[in-house]
Design a protein around this ligand. Structure first.
Ligand code: NG6
Ligand code: CA
Length: 529
C-alpha cells in the first residue's frame, strides 16, 4: 500500500511537472561566417564584441561547440532538421536552388509549433526556395562551373515573380522575412512570406546563372561602376556598386540597400516579436554578417580599425545589444532563451578586395585553430556557441562537446515534446541546466567531405584534391593519408599522430564507417596514388 501511495505521488509529481514544463521564448541568433576567435569573450582575438560578451559571460560559453558543416547551407539544413547534412546529397552550398528540406520532414520550427509556439525567421535563409514547379532552367556557364568544382555548390533558377514556395513558411515558420541565399548572390531582394518585397509587377525580376541579360552591366565588363572590386567569382550583375554571383534584370523597386540590411533585419525581428509577444515564440534571427560583401552602415565604418570585416562584426554585435535591450524593455528578457552561434568558421578574402587581410592587425578570427571556412580542420566548424537564460542558466564556461544538430532534440525535451531527430541528441541539461555531459562523437562536414571527432580525437580521412584553397588562402584538409589529431594536447592540429597511434586510428575509422555507412574500402579509394 505504501508503495502504491509513493508510486502515485511520483506519477503525480512527474505528470504535473510535465504539463508545467516551461515554455520560454527562444531566439537563435545565427551569424554567417563568424569565427571562433571573433567573439572577444573567447579571449582569442583582439576585436571587441561587448554585447555578445555580456550574454556569453552571463550564460554558458561553449568552447567545443560545432556547426555541422564548414559551409552555410549544410549547417542550416542540419540545424533545422537535426539530421547530418551529409545524409542529404542536396545539402551543398546553394545558388538559386530549390528547397532542400522535404516539406514532410520534421523541423525545429515545426516542433515548436506543435507545442503552441509562434515561429518566425528574419534574415538569411540559404536552404533553397521553390520546387520543380517554379523552376526556370538550370544551365551553367564556365564561371559557375568553376565555382561548382571548387565549392561543390548547387545552382538553379527560381521564378521570383509569383509566390515563391515551398520555403520557410512550408517547413514550419508562421512568418518569414528573408534574403534567399546570401548577400553576394542575386536576387538582391527581400522575400516576405513568399513574396518579393516592393516588387512592381510591371518590372518583373529576372534571374539567371547561365549568362547575362542583354545590355546589363557586369562586374567583369564594367569595373568603372564598382564601389567594391571582385577578387574571385562575384563578377556578374552589379547592385549598389557591388558585383554579385549571378545575373539579374528588372525588379528595380525591390532591390535592397546593402548598408541598411542590418537595421532592416533588426527592425523586422523586433516587429515580429512585438506581434507575437503574448504567446511563446521561436525566432530564428539569422544575421548576414560577416559574410561577403561586407557593407557596414556608415555609422560603423572605421569602428573596428580592421576594415569592413571588423566593422560588420561590430555592427552585428550592436544589433545583438539592441535586441537584448528590446527584450528588456518589453519585459521579455526573463523568459527568453538566447542562443548565439555561427554557421561556419571564418574566411578573410572570400571573393572581394575589402582589406580583410590587409587590416587584420593582431586579430585572430580563427582563434588559433587550423583551417577556416570550407575546411575539415577545426576552424571550419568549431564556432562561437553561447546559451543564455536569465536567472535559469548560471554563468559557466563549458568544454562539453555540443553541436547545432542537437538543438531540435534538446529544445523538444526542454518544452516537453516527444519529437526526436535522426542525429541530434538531447543535450538540454548541458545547454540549459549547467549539468550533464555532451556528445562523445560527431561527424563534421566540409564541401561534401567528412571527418570524425571522438572525445578529444579527430580523424580526417584521405581526400583527393589540393590541400590548400588558394583563392581563400585556407587549408581545406585534403591529404593523401589518414590524419589523426589529439585536441587535448594539440588544439591547432599541428601533429599528425596517425603513425604513432595506429590502434586508435583503426578504431576511429571503424566507428566512423559505422555511422556514415562508408566501408573502409570506399574511403581508401579516395587515397591519391
Ligand atoms: C562560394 C562563394 C563564396 C561564398 C560561398 C557561400 C565564389 C567564388 N565563392 O561559392 O564567396 O558566397 O559560396 O558561403 O563564388 S556560405 O557561407 O553561404 O556557405
Ligand atoms: Ca556561412
Amino acid at each position: 500500500m505504501k508503495k502504491f501511495i509513493l508510486a502515485s505521488i511520483l506519477i503525480g509529481f512527474f505528470s504535473c511537472n510535465n504539463t508545467d514544463l516551461p515554455k520560454p521564448n527562444v531566439i537563435i541568433i545565427y551569424a554567417d561566417d563568424l569565427g571562433y576567435g571573433d567573439v572577444s569573450s573567447y579571449g582569442l582575438g583582439t576585436l571587441q564584441t561587448p554585447n555578445i560578451d555580456k550574454i556569453a559571460n552571463e550564460g554558458i560559453r561553449f568552447t567545443n561547440g560545432y556547426a555541422s558543416s564548414a559551409t552555410c547551407s549544410p549547417s542550416r539544413y542540419a540545424l533545422m532538421t537535426g539530421t547530418y547534412p551529409w545524409r542529404n546529397n542536396k545539402a551543398k552550398i546553394l545558388t538559386g536552388a530549390n528547397l532542400i528540406i522535404d516539406t514532410t520532414e520534421m523541423t525545429l520550427p515545426k516542433m515548436f509549433k506543435s507545442m503552441g509556439y509562434s515561429t518566425g525567421i528574419v534574415g538569411k535563409w540559404h536552404i533553397g526556395l521553390g520546387n520543380e514547379n517554379n523552376r526556370v532552367n538550370l544551365v551553367v556557364n564556365n564561371l559557375t562551373r568553376e565555382i561548382i568544382k571548387e565549392t561543390k555548390a548547387v545552382f538553379g533558377t527560381i521564378n521570383y515573380n509569383s509566390k515563391v514556395k515551398p520555403g520557410p513558411n512550408e517547413v514550419g515558420f508562421d512568418h518569414s522575412f528573408i534574403m534567399a541565399d546570401t548577400q553576394d548572390r542575386v536576387p538582391t531582394v527581400y522575400i516576405e512570406n513568399g513574396n518579393v518585397v516592393n516588387l512592381d509587377p510591371s518590372d518583373p525580376l529576372e534571374v539567371s546563372f547561365r549568362g547575362n541579360f542583354e545590355g546589363e552591366p557586369t562586374g567583369l565588363n564594367n569595373p568603372e561602376l564598382l564601389s567594391m572590386m571582385w577578387h574571385h567569382g562575384h563578377n556578374s550583375s552589379i547592385v549598389n556598386g557591388v558585383p554579385r554571383i549571378g545575373f539579374q534584370r528588372g525588379g528595380k523597386s525591390a532591390m535592397w540597400s546593402d548598408i541598411d540590411m542590418a537595421d532592416k533585419f533588426l527592425d523586422e525581428a523586433k516587429k515580429y516579436i512585438s506581434s507575437v509577444k503574448d504567446e511563446p515564440f521561436f525566432l530564428y534571427y539569422t544575421l548576414q554578417q560577416p559574410h561577403v560583401p561586407r557593407t557596414p552602415h556608415p555609422r560603423f565604418e572605421g569602428s573596428s580599425g580592421m576594415g569592413p570585416r571588423g566593422d560588420v562584426i561590430v555592427e552585428a554585435d550592436w544589433c545583438i545589444g539592441e535586441m537584448y535591450k528590446y527584450l528588456e524593455d518589453e519585459g521579455l528578457i526573463d523568459n527568453t532563451i538566447i542562443i548565439i552561434s555561427s554557421d561556419n568558421g571564418p574566411v578573410l578574402n572570400d571573393g572581394y578586395f575589402d582589406d580583410a587581410v590587409e587590416k587584420l592587425g593582431d586579430h585572430d578570427p580563427f582563434g588559433g585553430l587550423r583551417g577556416g571556412k570550407y575546411s575539415l580542420f577545426e576552424a571550419g566548424t568549431r564556432v562561437p556557441f553561447i546559451t543564455y537564460w536569465k536567472g535559469k542558466i548560471k554563468p559557466q564556461v563549458s568544454n562539453e562537446l555540443v553541436t547545432q544538430i542537437d538543438f531540435l532534440e534538446s529544445f523538444s525535451s526542454l518544452i516537453g515534446s516527444d519529437i526526436k531527430s535522426k542525429d541530434g541528441i538531447d543535450l538540454s541539461d548541458v545547454f540549459f541546466r549547467n549539468k550533464g555531459q555532451g556528445r562523445t562523437e560527431f561527424v563534421l562536414e566540409a564541401t561534401s567531405r567528412t571527418a570524425f571527432r571522438q572525445n578529444n580525437w579527430v580523424m580526417i580521412p584521405p581526400y583527393k584534391g589540393s590541400p590548400f584553397n588558394e583563392s581563400v588562402n585556407i587549408e581545406v584538409g585534403n591529404s593523401k593519408k589518414y590524419l589523426l589529431f589529439n585536441l587535448d594536447t594539440d588544439t591547432s592540429q599541428e601533429y599528425d599522430l596517425s603513425d604513432e597511434y595506429p590502434e586508435k586510428l583503426k578504431e576511429m575509422i571503424k566507428r566512423y564507417g559505422e555511422i556514415t555507412g562508408d566501408e573502409l574500402g570506399e574511403v581508401e579509394e579516395l587515397i591519391l596514388e
